[in-house]
Design a protein. Sequence first.
Length: 312
Amino acid sequence: MVETVLFTLILIINNGGGDGKTTWSEILMALARFAGRSVAVLDVDPGLRGFSTRNGPSSADRLEWSGEFDDHRELPDWLNEVKAQDIAVVDTGANLLSAGQEVSGRLQEIAAHVHAQGGRLIIQAVTSPNKAGSGASVKDLYEQFGSTMEFAVIRNQRDGSELFGKEIDQLPVPKVTVPYVPPGLQAYRLRRALPLDQIILNPEPGFAMASALMAAQLGQIAKSAHVRSIVGDGVRETLQPLMKDLQHFEGTSAKTLMAISDTGLLASRGLCSNLASFSKLDPAQLEVFIPAAQALHAALKKSDQLRDPTSN
């Protein structure tokens, strides 16, 4: 059955910095592309240009912002330009909402324009754990826009703690969780200024498993009903062949770039195998137990050195 494609504009918003708006924007673009959707991104962060810096200068259109939309085009004009796309993602910067009523009125104008064109507009508020005020900020956004616009919360597991504000759990909206990305995998992703889907499809030599881990994380996100309502159901089928060499391995503790390399990940897998074999040995059989213990110690030391070069 052919899926119906409805033009969808997504505003990625939170007034704070460092919550993961750009991270989510690039994930959403990658998911759309893997699903065979066409997607355009608007970078509305004149200070950092995080999306364009991370994904390459041609990955997004840019709109200037200095208290008001002061690009040579009005946002509705930009929307008309991208209506040929299935999805348009607007990656906003920090403090975008500090202008108060001017921004609120402009967002309402954008919503009316999209709806008049028969499209769908979604506000996705990004939040991260252990960050003071992040949950309250998302709640304020919901109270401001949730009654007139489609609203969802993106929970970015930046530190893996899952300690989001209680305000988030209480909101009656779809919630999508972005898995924790270990430092080694973050370092690998940032080595090349390319869109995320290209990093996954074209891994660097020696980092095929790192790209496969990224594909696996996107596959988890793609299970969300909210995400499927935007990009469709084809993502996981596309990603599955990219994960064929992963088996059941996870690299969630990889702290360094070397630890997330194929060499580092295989060393960790070897350690797990040695541990499983060692646990089955009889300590009374010293002629077998002692060499196995020595081999396990060597494997453990090698794995530790790859994960953390400062370890002894």
